[in-house]
Design a protein around this ligand. Structure first.
Ligand code: MG
Length: 470
């Protein structure tokens, strides 16, 4: 019997293959994308039950990915909601929620504290390219802008699109005949104003194009894209190709244009061959602005909307999409925008700050079908007061106040709290406090622990510039 002959070349091949077994090439780290709408209601997507708004791209995302039906923002208005998403912390901890001012304004002197670690900073430290496109609303002065908070680049309107109003009179009247010059909002590229007033008729389209450009330019390396649409916050604007095309009127035109942009992003990821290593999350910052009637959205069967701690104010239509990776279907467990911090860091191999209290859970077990959601509770703050708490299926309201209208309204304290079973009664219609004193006791214990650990951050929202005219 002849022994096989080992030549030099076969020895080299064997050695190389052994070496390659020992050190397989590292899989590229996943791309992470958040598409965050402004004032989009729980009921405003076709896949969440809207009968006259067409959202085929989001519907496909929901079909192929996960549709979350119990997913919350951490506040019912813009600034604190965004602070929570980007820091993984309740905004009362970092001063981005105030008893005096609900959001930042163009005359605000402050913004997100420097010692907060943003999700972009955490991911950039691990080599991620980072971009912020759209509404920022965490401080418009240079030191607070995205490019000083972990983002390599920024393109967008730095606060709400109804600010810098140039006409006297109520915004509710002006939005009916909206013209771009009524709101002298700036459009920034990094820190430079490149257009003022921003042409809001094409803003959604340009944000989507900017997002696709960033994806193309960074296809070879891991990236984090935070696309925060300025719309459908009032005043509503749509580009020519969408104007007048929806059965739902202008609001529907705007949502359908956002959906179109989502489709362009999904298509770009697919065309570039990177969809299988890209997680896309779609959600909204708070509920619909109901006093604006047809110009505001719908929370579907949920109670109230923007500004309120009822479900309609803070439960958001949320979709996770990651082709071939997610355990697809409808998720009825709890999650929150706060959780994107820990979830993304876990996926990216980035560090979650260990030197401060975080309010963020890794939702990986639900995404990948290995376990339950670690989030079992949710705290509902309005300004800096704790109004309501959800524990599993029950939600207790200690204080309530009608939906946000811009006027000062009285709050009502409840003792015992109002109690709703959100599984059987998602619309919060039937108070069952008298049937469940044990549940109220459990929630009160949870509140006692939460409040004993709470250290309120210095108020960042009430600080105004010396020449402020609010
Ligand atoms: Mg908003």
């Amino acid at each position: 019997m002849r022994h096989p002959r080992f030549t030099l070349s076969s020895f080299l091949i064997l050695t190389l293959s052994l070496l390659s077994c020992q050190a397989p090439p590292e899989a590229p780290r996943p791309n992470l994308i958040v598409i965050f709408c402004d004032d989009l209601g729980y009921g405003d997507l076709a896949s969440f039950g809207h009968p006259t708004i067409r959202t085929p791209n989001l519907d496909r995302m929901a079909q192929e990915g996960q549709k979350w039906t119990h997913f919350y923002s951490a506040a019912s208005v813009c600034t604190p909601s965004r602070a929570a998403l980007l820091t993984g912390r309740l905004p009362v901890r970092n001063g981005m929620m105030s008893p005096k001012s609900r959001v930042l304004f163009p005359d605000s002197a402050s913004g997100i504290p420097e010692n907060e670690v943003t999700l972009a900073e955490a991911l950039r430290a691990e080599g991620y390219a980072t971009a912020c496109v759209g509404k920022w609303h965490l401080g418009h002065l240079p030191q607070y802008l995205p490019t000083n908070n972990g983002f390599d680049s920024y393109f967008g309107i730095p606060y709400s699109n109804d600010m810098d109003q140039t006409r006297k009179g109520s915004t509710r009247e002006l939005v009916k005949t909206a013209r771009i010059e009524y709101w002298n909002v700036p459009l920034l590229r990094d820190q430079e104003v490149v257009e003022r007033p921003a042409d809001q008729r094409t803003i959604t389209k340009r944000y989507s194009e900017e997002a696709v450009r960033f994806i193309r330019e960074n296809r070879e390396r891991p990236f984090f894209l935070y696309l925060a649409h300025s719309l459908p916050h009032v005043p509503l604007f749509a580009s020519e190709e969408f104007l007048g095309t929806s059965k739902r009127g202008l609001y529907g035109d705007v949502v359908e244009e956002i959906d179109h942009g989502v489709g362009q992003i999904m298509q770009a990821l697919t065309d570039l061959g990177i969809a299988e290593r890209s997680l896309v999350v779609f959600t909204s910052d708070n509920g619909p602005w109901l006093p604006y009637k047809e110009h505001g959205g719908s929370a579907g069967l949920l109670r109230e909307g923007k500004g309120a701690t009822w479900e309609g104010g803070m439960r958001e239509p949320t979709i996770f999409w990651w082709p071939g990776k997610l355990d697809s279907g409808v998720v009825m467990e709890m999650g929150a925008t706060l959780d994107l911090f820990s979830t993304f860091c876990e996926i990216a191999g980035a560090k979650v700050p260990a030197d401060r209290i975080m309010d963020s859970y890794d939702l990986g077990p639900v995404l990948f079908g290995t376990g339950e959601s670690p989030r079992k509770s949710m705290f509902f703050y309005r300004e800096s007061k704790l109004y309501a708490v959800r524990l599993d299926e029950f939600k207790a309201h200690f204080i309530t106040k009608p939906v946000y209208t811009g006027r000062t309204e009285a709050e009502t304290h409840h003792d015992p709290p109002l109690l709703y079973h959100l599984g059987r009664d998602p619309g919060e219609q039937y108070d069952v406090a008298h049937l469940h004193p044990d549940v109220i006791q459990s929630i009160e214990k949870l509140v006692a622990v939460h409040q004993s650990e709470m250290v309120f951050g210095e108020d960042r929202l009430a600080q105004q510039s010396p020449d402020a005219r609010r």
